[in-house]
Design a binder for this molecule. Sequence first.
Ligand SMILES: [Cu+2]
Length: 494
Amino acid sequence: MHRRGFLAAGLATVLVSQRATAQMKMDNMPGMDMGAAPQGAAVLPEGEALRDLSRLANEADTPGLFKAKLTAESTTARFAEGLDTPILGYNGTSPGPLIEAVEGDRVEITFANRIADEASTIHWHGMPVPADQDGNPMDPVAAGTDRTYSFDLPEGSAGSYWYHPHPHGKTAEQVYRGLAGAFVVKPKADPIPAAYGDTVLVFTDLRLAADGTLPDSTMTDLMNGRVGDHVLVNGQKNPVLTVPFGTKRRFRFYNATNARFLRLSFDGAPMTIIGTDGGLLEAPVAADDILLSPAERLELIVSFEKPGTATLSTLDYDRGWMGAGRPADAGLALFTVNVSETPAEPAPPLPDRLRPIAQFGAPAVSRRFVFTETMTMNATGMEMGFLINGAAFDIKRVDVVAKAGQVELWEIVNKTDMDHPFHVHGTQFQVVEHERGGEISKPAYRAWKDTVNVARGETVRLLLRQDRPGPRMYHCHILEHEQLGMMGIVDVQA
Ligand SMILES: [Cu+2]
């Protein structure tokens, strides 16, 4: 049988026999029901003014030091009128507070894990931090305990990073329950005119039951990654920002969803890409639409050139879906900008050159990582795996040994029926080429990235170098796939 047919048939069998036998073999998963998620039960208000993210205050008196505390704990959020939703928040909010520090700063953030009965960590996604400060699953922070993460932000590290939990077996759940926040590292000298502002938009994905609770994940969620019913921007549904016409605005878009691919266009306002995960490009690049896979970020300048309404909406993108219930992905209005009749104050133009990006030298080592998925039926139900080089993640196994400071070519081969966004901890890489159906294409621009989508049937080649020793994770950033095995450990040796 064709494999896709097998997968669909396997799923149908499981769905029919759900009460009797369906069972997935994995650690630490909450009890789950097999049915489809309740759809459209709760109505969320739209059109409220965009709220600024709260900011994590710097408690240090010393220049060059950023010192603060982040507490993860149960709290409630008011998404739908009259309903308090139990969520997890950092310092009581979801998304967590925006952290803003400057290149050259030392960062000391004490993490207080107040999640009941669950270990957690804080992973500094994309940031050049030492391995033992990076919130790996091997370094859990037990419930009720604190730990301080300390690291320096090197010169040249300005970029749009984020933070989220990474505990073994619980990452997907802690993130969809609300734990994620943006961490912006500012350069000492910024080539982007200050008049453009700097607005962080964190996209999350909410599924809300009629009673206001967050439903447990279903089998469909585990296979495809959990996709919610409402894409939120800074915790709000389709919020509104009003700007004078002629405004140029700098935005940082964060895909902090578990599994939703966001192909976006700003109807009525031209977009220019100026940066990626790891900071600015060499030169601005105009874009009609953009694709942000889970965990990716982009920095954009949007020009609001005529009075009226400019809407940021989703476009169709088929990332591969197993079984029934593929969510509608096109036509969601995420964010609305009202462009007023008042003309904007004149602002300086966007520079033609933003910064140089050094090219890597020739790689000393080439490595190949092949993604596969397996689904087998047995007497107790269905067993499912998302594998790299034929193996599911084992927290005690080192998959790759690398040498600090050495350039490596990584070839990521996706032999599955779904796209998988590939993320490497501890460094930024450069994508060299994509290959699909024998056709090789180069990226449109050179860029620093820590997450790249590897589409179905595609091979992505990238160059990277790990400069700090210690174990680093690499994994699919559909968090349910990471949890079902699509992760490995590279041990970087000094
Ligand atoms: Cu995946």
